[in-house]
Every structure is written in structure tokens, then in C-alpha cells.
Ligand binder design. Sequence first.
Ligand code: ARG
Length: 463
Amino acid sequence: MADKPWAGRFTQPTDQFVEEFTASIGFDRRLYRYDIQGSIAHARMLAKQRIITEEEARQIIAGLENILGDIEAGKVEFKVSLEDIHMNIEARLIERIGPVGGKLHTARSRNDQVALDIRLYLRDEVKTILAYLDSLEGALLAQADQNLAVIMPGFTHLQTAQPVLFAHHMLAYREMFARDAERLRDALKRINLLPLGAGALAGTTFPIDREYVAEQLGFDGVTRNSLDSVSDRDFAIEFCAAASLIMVHLSRLSEELVLWSSADFAFVELSDSFCTGSSIMPQKKNPDVPELVRGKTGRVYGSLISLLTLMKALPLAYNKDMQEDKEPLFDTIDTVKGSLKVFADMIAQMKVRAENMRVAAARGFSTATDIADYVVRKGIPFRQAHEIVGKTVRYCIENDKDIPELTLEEFRQFSDVIDADIYDYVTLEASVNARRATGGTAREAVEREIARVREAREKEGSE
Ligand code: ARG
């Protein structure tokens, strides 16, 4: 009990089990670097404001730097009796430099300290996640670029709908991940504000300089209300919401890769390094990585719901409940980082089986809409055109024929506006390349998009 910094008003020691039950050191230890970084900035400010002396600040900072080195070298054993990372580091500082170490916590509370640590930590992790998103976007872009001639079936209801470029399909995911990155960059604006200086909840009586601390730590500014500063976790919830959307996108792509790598589709081949075999069926190569990412999506949604529920109806300001914010946040970060990292490599190494895609694209009367559009251009209302082509398709099914195999006479049974030039419209290439407007699947439209994205990425990279 003697080692607890807050033991002053207590007469009974903490129950052993309660001590373990209430401790967060088991998981918040991962914040150590940020805790020390924040404390160093705080000590500098205390000295600048003459709240402590320069010499005291020098001793405190040297002590903290030493502790950082020790933790990194694995030489520090954290104590459950010291509850969390903040008190573990402070106790060690006092142990090392003596009572002057006890001056570090002047004008500060663990409540604003923990809010600071989470923000510093999350800011770093968001930057890493942005870099991983960028790699994945790069891999999708490269697949698009390398397979510009590849045509695949586009689906609705998982039924063959219209032919599309495989590159167009890859770029669809690139769009999703680009929006995810935009969301994270936007969340960063709210993450990157300094909460320190809020004290326990009401501010502090010491003449602190929050702007100075913010500047040292690379924050864009300071939070504006002490009660809000210690009790706001919406920046973390917002991050988890953005992370959930990343997982939505990864799980959709996962699902497609699982389907596409099956023997029945055989559209792609995943590299052996992303698959495993079966212990009983020698022929099998299972798409473990996309399956697992699809599965991990659930835990990220779970964390989002945990955090929302945790914060619901909490009175201002800090409540111990909020210690429960860390594990869902940490797990979300680990899961999203792992999933993005493995996906970028897997997409980069994925082999495209162009011939199988082409054969599948030609099945299922995928150019039927093109005939309807052709008939419409000859002056027939679309509804009537739809009927004409519907009958043509039924004729094909009944006679076991494909659309491009029909003779002109066969076509003309259904409409006499059809001429010999119909054959120019029913090939896969013609169907794809007719969709030229921005956002369409025509090769020229897709090439324009690749160029636009490339240019934007190069500009971003050079900024
Ligand atoms: N371990 C605590 C947490 O993670 C730190 C803040 C504790 N503050 C307090 N007043 N008990 O939330």
C-alpha cells in the first residue's frame, strides 16, 4: 500500500483482487513512449513558466529519458500495484531521481494525462494506417494498369450482368480505400489537439502555457473546455467508425477473392504464401488470408459498439469506466493494420487468369443490354427494346445459342430495325468500350482514371 501515490487518505490496503481488477497496466503499457513524450513536454513547460526550476526540469527529463531506454531494453517490470502506465513511470522516476521526481505531476492529473497519451498514440497509428492504405491503393492501381485488356463479367445479384474491365473492378476498390484515407485524415484534425492542462476536470491554478506544450508535441491546437478535454472519447470512436468502414471494404474484397480463387470461378490465383493446405484433402489450397480478414471484420465492429456503449450516458467528466476505452481501440488498430498490410502484399502478388474471366464474361448473354441500346438508337422506345431483346435471349436459350452466333435473319425475327452492323456491338470489347463517360468501364475511361489517380498520388507524394 505504501507504494501508492494516492494512499494518503486511506487506512485500509486495496483488496488484492480489486487491485488486479482495477489495474490497466496489463494493456496500457503500450502507451509508455507517449506517456514519457508528454511528460517531457510538460516538464519543459513547467520550467519555462517557473513553476519548477530549470535544474529540476533537467533532472526530470534526464530521468524520463533513462526510463524510456530501460523500458525499450526490456529492463522494466511494471507493477500491478501501481495500477497503470502513468503511475508506474512516475514511481520509477521518483525511485531514480528522488523526491524531485514528484514535481512532474504539478498542474496535471492522470485524467488529462491519459487523454493526451491516447491522442499522441492514435495520431501515430493513424499515420501508419494511412501509409498502409496508400500501399494497398498502389497495389490495386498496379493490378489495374497491368491488366488493361482483361475483360471479366460484371455482376448484379451475383448473376452475370454486363462485361467490365478487370481494371475497372480494381479501381472500384481503390475508390473505397481512398475515401477511407480521406476519413482518417479528417479525423486527424480532431485527434491532433492537446487536452493537457484540463487537470482533473476544472483546469489548474498554476500559470501553465498550453499552447507551448501543444507546439512542442506537434499538435494543431489546444482543446477548448477542460470538462470536455478529460471526458471526450469521440475522437477514438470516430476512428473506430472509420476503421469499421475499412473493414467493410476489405471484407467485400475478401469475399470476392475467396470466390474468384475457387476452382469454379478460377479468375485469380493467390500466391502460395497467402494460402494453406488441408490436413486431409491433398488437392486443397485455401484462401486463408481473405477468409480471416473477412472474419476479423466482426471484431472491429464489436469494438466500435463497445466504445459507443461505454460512453453512452456517462456523466461529465472523467469516470473510471473510461479505462475500458483502451482495449477496443488497441484491438481495432492492430486488426486494421494487420489486415491492410497483408492485403497490400497479397493483391500485389495476385495472378490474374484472363482467359477464364473472358470465357465467363461471354456467358450469360452479358451483351444483351447492348442490343437493346442499339435498337433504341434506331428509334424504338427502351421498354419495347427490352421486350425485343428478352425474346432474343429466350430464343438463344431454347436453341442453345449465344448472341453473337445468331444469323442476321434470326436477329430480325424480333425486330426489323436490326442490320448487319449489330455484330459490331455484341462483342465484349464493343460492349465495354461503348461506356466512355467518366466513371464508365471503357478502356479509354479507365486509362483516364488511372492517369488522374497517378497524378494525384505523385502530387501528394511530393508534398
Ligand atoms: N488508467 C486510467 C485510465 O486509463 C488513467 C486515468 C485514471 N484516473 C483516475 N482518476 N483514476 O482511464
